[in-house]
Design a protein around this ligand. Structure first.
Ligand code: AMP
Ligand code: MG
Length: 501
């Protein structure tokens, strides 16, 4: 691989590599025998200031596969630790991934370009360093859906098939995902820095995280405590958004939680259909640790792990440091509850500033979720049907989805009364229904549709995937020809996702 062949694709910068020696290893990608572009996100490429045609050219595809380092890139495998299902793995890191560098996008935002599936690195442990087509395309579909729903997320710039067979339970086609993120700083990155015992490294990492993601913290009395509070804030907002679309991440290990507040590492994730807080989908989540309803508590648990790493920076003695971080961690529930209530109110056509009482509205929401759970109502369908209820559309209204009708009628009456007090019923009902439809999706990546699309893509037919991506990237406008993608899968079809490796 000669330097002269390195394609000029993006204007790379390397603030992470420059500032954080000790938290990465310079490395090279493995050569993909026959790289073939499966997906290129043209709009995202342009957002990064890249020319989609240059990325589509053979040199561009080779670079996206990790075979050739593009001009100006400095590939590194990033180091991190993580609590996986509650137990600490001190040395995880990019076992099969590389950060190529950072790019300032057209709006001046710093974004990482990162490859996943680009071969073994010093962090690979027993792994083969590879990724396969299905799970990498899943990351693409789900990431684009989340983005279209307004949920902060990493995004796929491209998925390239490597032309190599990868051994899993069966032999599968290999792939590399090129991923864009606000950064790849994880809770686990702080854990790794902390475990080195070098407090100055933790400080450098915290200063870097403040400058890159939470600049307001720099001016606070205690910048590191303020950093923690900012991460608590962005994660509370993020998890509330997941919960408001019934998203189950599946592996909320501390290495899969960002400092930026973006969703990262879509492995065995799924969108829940019939509402059930105990729902899990991951084949490896036996105890239901990362069930839908557990996610807020688990996020707080991970943030406590972040807080532990910051203790030496927060105060000189451990006792004062613990006293300082404890109320910040405890503020999780206030922040999360407020963010969740805000989302659920909006889904129901209500606002926080329309005269409602927080406690009464929270009870209204909780009672609704109790009804949805009791009758196993499809969460996504329900909120579109609720708008139909306001329009008086009997054929599609929410009542038709519920089984315990007296309980529903009582709840509907309370909801209508609350809407009435806010001036959102009667004459305002149509506008309220429209506002609900503008934020309650028709199309989410439903498990049956994702599975069908990935199965077809794995044997070379990308048409179902393209159709699904089209639906979930325009989630709010119903289209007659996409009716099958709006419908839940068969109830008795127990959906299980595998770890995606
Ligand atoms: P994940 O479950 O994808 O979040 O990955 C957890 C850890 O396992 C990370 O350190 C990954 O880099 C590593 N890992 C996962 N799959 C592989 C693989 N096939 N080869 C090497 N490392 C892997
Ligand atoms: Mg991960």
């Amino acid at each position: 691989m000669s330097v002269a062949a390195a394609p000029q694709l993006l204007d790379f910068q390397h603030t992470y590599a420059d500032a954080l020696e000790g938290l990465y290893v310079p490395w090279q990608g493995a050569v993909a025998p026959e790289p073939r572009l499966l997906v290129l996100n043209d709009a995202l490429a342009r957002e990064l200031g890249a020319d989609p045609e240059a990325l589509r050219a053979p040199e561009g595809v080779a670079a996206l596969a990790g075979s050739v380092a593009p001009a100006g890139s400095r590939p590194i495998a990033m180091a991190y630790s993580g609590h996986q299902f509650g137990s600490l793995s001190p040395r995880l890191g990019d076992g099969r991934a590389l950060l190529l560098g950072e790019v300032l996008d057209v709006e001046g935002r710093r974004r990482d370009l990162h490859l996943k599936g680009s071969g073994r690195t010093p962090f690979a442990r027993g792994g083969d360093g590879k990724a396969v087509v299905g799970p990498m395309l899943r990351e693409h579909v789900v990431g684009e859906a989340m983005h279209a729903l307004g949920i902060p997320t990493t995004r796929a710039l491209a998925v390239v098939a490597t032309g190599e067979r990868v051994r899993r339970e069966t032999s599968l086609p290999g792939a590399v995902l090129a991923r864009i993120a606000a950064s790849h700083l994880r809770v686990g990155t702080f854990q790794y820095a902390s475990l080195t015992g070098n407090v100055e490294l933790v400080r450098r990492l915290a200063d870097y995280a403040i400058a890159r993601h939470h600049p307001d913290a720099a001016a606070a009395d205690n910048p590191y405590l303020s950093l923690l509070a900012s991460v608590v804030d962005v994660q509370a907002a993020l998890i509330a958004r997941w919960m408001s679309v019934a998203f189950v991440h599946g592996v909320m290990n501390s290495d899969n939680m960002t400092i930026s507040g973006e969703t990262i590492d879509y492995g065995p994730c799924a969108f829940m259909e019939a509402f059930d807080p105990a729902a899990t989908f991951s084949s490896i989540d036996h105890g239901g640790r990362y069930a839908y309803g557990m996610q807020p508590a688990l996020a707080q648990w991970n943030l406590a792990r972040l807080a532990e790493t910051l203790l030496p920076l927060v105060a000189d003695d451990q006792e004062s440091a613990v006293a300082a971080v404890t109320p910040v961690l405890e503020s999780w529930w206030t922040r999360y509850d407020a963010a969740f209530l805000d989302r659920l109110r909006a889904k129901l056509g209500l606002g926080g500033d329309d005269g409602g009482d927080d406690e009464l509205d929270a009870t209204l929401v909780a009672d609704l979720l109790g009804l949805l759970r009791a009758d196993r109502v499809d969460f996504t369908t329900f909120f579109r049907a609720a708008a139909a209820t306001l329009r008086g559309d009997r054929a599609r209204d929410a009542r038709g989805l519920l089984l315990s009708l007296p309980a529903w009628d009582a709840w509907e009456a309370r909801w209508r009364e609350r809407l009435g007090e806010a001036g959102r019923s009667d004459a305002g009902a149509a506008a309220t229904a429209d506002a609900m439809d503008a934020i309650n999706p028709v199309y989410i990546p439903r498990n049956h549709a994702v599975e069908d699309a990935l199965t077809a893509a794995t044997v070379g037919d990308l048409a179902p995937l393209t159709r699904l991506v089209d639906a979930v990237t325009h989630p709010f406008v119903e289209r007659a020809d996409l009716a099958d993608l709006a419908a839940p899968g068969p109830e008795d079809d127990i959906y299980v996702t595998y770890c995606g490796t």
